[in-house]
Ligand binder design. Structure first.
Ligand code: ZN
Length: 228
C-alpha cells in the first residue's frame, strides 16, 4: 500500500507540490514558454489533497500578489487569477480580509509608492504551507516526515499584532540566517522562475532546514525537528 505524504492513510490520488495552479499555463506565457515542466507529485489521501480543499488556490493568490514576487507572478494575476475572479466575484471577497492602502519604500531608490496591504487568513496560509513542506520533504527523501516542523514565511508582515516590531525583527533575522545557510546550496526545481527549493540536512537525520522560493522573491524557511 502506498501511503499519503502527510499521514499514514492509504494514498488515493497524486498531489502536486507546489500546487499546479502556481505554474502559469502555456497559453498565458509570452511566446508559449512551458513553465509546467517536470512538476513534483507525491501520493496523497483525500484529506491532504489541497486541491480538494481550495487551499491551493488561496496559496496561489497570496503568493502572486506579494510585492517581492516576480513578473511570472504578475502574469498569473493578470491572466489566471483575473479569470477566476471574473467567474466567481465572491472568490476575491472571500479570500481577502481587510484591504488597506500602504506606502512602501523601494529598496534601491527609496522612492515611496502606493500598494495594498491585505489581511491574511494566517491559519489557512500556515496549514497550506505546512502541507506543502511535508510534500517537498516526501519528494526529496521518499519518506514521510512525522516529527515537528515550523514554517516561517519571510515576506509576511504582522502589522496588527501587539508585538509587530518584535515579530518583524525575528523574521528579518531568519531571512538573514537563511541567506547565509543556503548561499551555496543547489536550487531544485525545473521551473525556477515559479518555484525551487533548497535543503540543508542536519548532522543527524532528525533535523533539516528547507527553503522554498516562490516567484523568485517570496521565501519561506521551514525547520524540521524543532519544536514550536
Ligand atoms: Zn493524508
Amino acid at each position: 500500500m502506498r501511503t499519503c505524504y502527510a499521514c499514514s492513510n492509504e494514498a488515493t490520488t497524486g498531489e502536486h507540490v507546489p500546487p499546479k495552479c502556481l505554474f502559469p499555463e502555456m497559453k498565458d506565457t509570452p511566446g508559449g514558454t512551458d513553465l509546467r515542466r517536470n512538476l513534483f507529485t507525491v501520493p496523497s489521501c483525500d484529506e491532504h489533497n489541497t486541491h480538494k480543499s481550495g487551499d491551493d488556490e488561496y496559496l496561489a493568490v497570496v503568493l502572486a500578489i506579494n510585492l517581492p514576487a516576480n513578473h511570472v507572478a504578475q502574469l498569473q494575476v493578470s491572466s489566471k487569477i483575473a479569470r477566476a475572479v471574473a467567474r466567481r466575484p465572491k472568490l476575491a471577497a472571500s479570500m481577502m480580509g481587510r484591504v488597506e492602502p500602504v506606502l512602501i519604500a523601494d529598496d534601491r531608490t527609496l522612492e515611496l509608492y502606493e500598494a495594498s496591504q491585505v489581511e491574511l487568513d494566517g491559519l489557512r496560509f500556515e496549514r497550506t504551507l505546512r502541507l506543502l513542506s511535508l510534500g517537498i520533504y516526501f519528494q526529496h527523501f521518499d519518506r514521510r516526515w512525522d516529527g515537528s516542523l515550523r514554517v516561517l514565511p519571510e515576506f509576511i508582515a504582522f502589522p496588527y499584532e501587539q508585538n509587530s516590531a518584535e515579530i518583524a525583527n525575528a523574521v528579518a533575522t531568519v531571512a538573514i540566517c537563511s541567506e547565509i545557510l543556503f548561499k551555496d546550496t543547489p536550487h531544485i526545481g525545473a521551473n525556477p522562475s515559479v518555484f525551487f527549493y533548497q535543503i540543508h540536512e542536519g548532522e543527524d537525520s532528525a533535523t533539516c532546514v528547507l527553503r522554498l522560493t516562490f516567484y523568485e522573491g517570496c521565501k519561506v524557511t521551514v525547520y524540521f525537528g524543532i519544536n514550536d
